[in-house]
Design a protein. Structure first.
Length: 329
């Protein structure tokens, strides 16, 4: 049986609760595979798991995304073979490790044109961008030329969404916390980017759109941007909440949505979208296609050794990162 290092927490807390432990990894059971990681993705959901915002039974292992090579295949797994290059975004958590046994359903073969680091950096974030732009659409639909607002546009999901929106002909208005991050978002396809620390993003969105507002707001920030995001929407617009980087959105009265333009609100998570092998593969094929075509480039901007996982979490929470971050076993 192979041994592995794995990152584990015994109780929720700050980055200091992350610790490396040695574990024994068995053979895969029915519907499972064993993967040796070459790179591991870092995501804000990992922070939510670590802090207890998304509670997990303790002790718990973290990480939702990775890329590597299949070492063993369990009974009933037909879409993967030993030696395949693969990448995934998947439940249950546990990708922060050298080797793991996991369900095979959400594991996809990685095209040769995509590196392990790109694969580890793109699956959760890229599949998130895919469902946001392709499946979270306003009641009036989205057409080329329409405006959408995307918060945290220089982050891992944001940079993919900027490029993909441009490929779809959408005019994406991004927000970010520094002028450099705004420039990065614009370089990756954002039609406009607003520095929310120095500008009122609601006023800027209204100015850009001639007072009408945007058809959709994609918001992973949460508490700090919620009220302003609603004010950026055109009538019958859609508010898509998919994260809580600044904290959970407080309770609100649905009655406020009427006077603001009969708005729609939804709270999304990737794992509602990848509940079958077929759906996962179709979304991954769409993602792989825009990446291999060159329409979307995966920006791996930060690399940390697995032993530096505490530093990686500190950098992510301090918003010191741009694009994607990977851990290297």
């Amino acid at each position: 049986m192979p041994n592995s290092r794995a990152v584990q927490i015994d109780a929720p807390g700050g980055p200091e609760v992350l610790r490396l432990v040695d574990v024994e990894v068995g053979d895969p059971g029915p519907g499972e595979v064993r993967i040796r990681h070459h790179a591991i993705g870092l995501n804000f959901i990992d922070v939510y798991h670590r802090t207890g915002l998304y509670p997990m039974p303790m002790p718990a292992r973290l990480g939702m995304e990775g890329a590597g090579v299949v070492e063993a295949v369990g009974a009933g797994v037909t879409h993967l073979a030993v030696g395949d290059r693969v990448a995934y975004a998947s439940q249950p958590p546990g990708s922060y490790c050298d080797v793991r046994v996991m369900p095979a359903m959400n594991v996809c073969r990685l095209p040769d044109a995509i590196s392990f680091e790109e694969g580890a950096a793109m699956m959760l974030k890229g599949l998130t961008a895919q469902y946001l732009l392709k499946h979270c659409r306003p009641v009036e639909g989205l057409q080329a030329g329409d405006y959408v607002l995307f918060h945290a546009a220089a982050g891992g999901v944001g940079l993919i969404a900027c490029q993909w929106a441009r490929a779809l002909g959408l005019r994406l208005i991004g927000t970010a916390g520094t002028d450099d991050k705004c420039a990065l978002a614009r370089a990756n396809g954002a039609a406009h980017c607003i520095n929310y620390r120095t500008q009122n993003f609601v006023e800027q969105v209204k100015a850009i759109t001639g007072g009408r507002g945007v058809k959709v707001v994609y918001d992973s920030v949460g508490k700090d941007t919620w009220d302003g995001s609603l004010d950026c929407l055109a009538p019958f617009g859609l508010m898509v909440s998919f994260g809580n980087a600044s904290g959970p959105v407080p309770p609100f009265a649905p009655g406020i949505l009427g006077p603001k333009g009969s708005l729609y609100v939804t709270r999304q998570t990737l794992f509602s979208h990848i509940t079958s092998r077929e759906r996962t593969q179709a979304m991954a094929d769409d993602l792989f296609g825009v990446v291999t075509s060159g329409q979307v480039k995966i920006h791996v901007e930060q690399r940390f050794a697995l032993t530096q996982v505490q530093d990686a979490h500190r950098a992510l929470e301090a918003r010191q990162t741009t694009g994607s971050t990977v851990l290297l076993p």
